[in-house]
Design a protein around this ligand. Structure first.
Ligand code: AN0
Ligand code: CP
Length: 317
């Protein structure tokens, strides 16, 4: 595998899962693979889990790691070609990318949607430029439209906790005060559509996701109805995708918060969230602290998903 930006890059998911469990069983099994190889992680946005889990995965493989936070210590980067650079950005991404590529063997990039231009976001302009100009394998640490390392960890987690071959998995929108990207929801839907789970998406009117990600999922606007018989509740906020409201917060209605009363409608479902999560907006304290909450093992699996991806990239070098 050269680049990793979406589910298709991984190929057969059963094989990828098998590899994930092999690594989980002995995470130092391939500790010689990354010797003298350097991972550079570039963050245009904040991170706790991605930063730590990906670095840990790289260390398990024997790699060296370097982390750069653009906007905090590095020069601010201009990303558009043709701009007269008389503003606050001293460096252009077209020089910065090949320079960064010259210091490493593999590059991870986190670059969220900016919501300034939907087409620009949905073309994954930043990650695409890294692929085009770095000369190195590139993987997404959450792009503008997807968060594949998260979705892979989510899939591993569901496979670990499911008690039937075809669980009902519900992706539910939940309220949040700030405009968040659609990336986690898009990606989760994209990965769930690759399984044969009973997959349902629920959200208020106006929060429809890009149809290319919804795929064959059932969309149910009544959240309580969607929760009936669910085995997994996957909560996430996202901002509107449809024009003219792209990137906007249309509702902060706490009637959509995941609480004990709604969880009681499910088949004793597990609660999942990618984190960071705003308590008592997205989910109540009671639910996230309950014994059905698997947000911590879910986050722990980020190390495993990252390690499968890095291992495959290293094997292709
Ligand atoms: C980000 C998002 O919603 O895409 C990152 C989640 C992993 N969340 C926030 O910015 C709070
Ligand atoms: N879930 C996730 O990607 O978390 P961070 O934003 O903290 O990396």
């Amino acid at each position: 595998m050269k680049h990793f930006t979406n589910v298709k890059d991984l190929g057969n998911l059963e094989l990828a899962l098998k590899e994930a469990f092999e690594i989980k069983n002995d995470r130092f099994k391939f500790s010689g693979l990354g010797k003298n190889k350097t991972l550079l992680m570039i963050f245009f946005n904040s991170s706790l889990r991605t930063r730590l889990s990906t670095q840990k995965a790289a260390m398990n493989l024997g790699m060296n790691t370097m982390v750069l936070d653009i906007n905090q210590g590095a020069w601010k980067l201009e990303t558009e070609r043709g701009v007269v650079m008389d503003g606050d950005k001293p460096e252009h991404i077209l020089e910065a990318i090949p320079v960064m590529g010259s210091y490493c063997d593999v590059i991870g990039v986190r670059a969220f949607a900016t919501f300034e231009d939907k087409e620009h976001d949905y073309k994954e302009t930043i990650i695409s430029q890294f692929i085009k100009y770095s000369g190195k394998p590139v993987f997404s640490m959450e792009g503008a439209t997807r968060h594949p390392l998260q979705s892979f960890a989510d899939l591993i987690t569901i496979e670990e906790f499911k008690t039937k071959p075809r669980p009902k998995v519900v992706l539910t929108w939940a309220p949040h005060p700030k405009a968040l990207p659609q990336a986690v929801a898009n990606s989760f839907a994209e990965w769930m559509n690759e399984t044969d789970y009973d997959f349902v998406i629920t959200h208020p009117h106006g929060y429809e996701l890009d149809p290319q990600f919804v795929g064959k999922a059932k969309v149910e606007y009544d959240q309580r109805k969607a929760f009936e018989g669910a085995d997994f509740i996957y909560a996430k906020n996202w901002s509107a995708f449809e024009d003219p409201n792209y990137g906007q917060v249309l509702s902060v209605d706490r009637d959509w918060t995941v609480d004990t009363e709604k969880m009681a409608l499910t088949n004793n479902a597990y609660f999942m969230h990618c984190l960071p999560v705003r308590r008592n907006m997205i989910v109540t304290d009671d639910v996230i602290e309950s014994d059905r909450s698997i947000v911590i093992p879910e986050a722990a699996n980020r190390e495993i998903s990252a390690q499968v991806v890095l291992k495959r990239i290293l094997e292709s070098l």
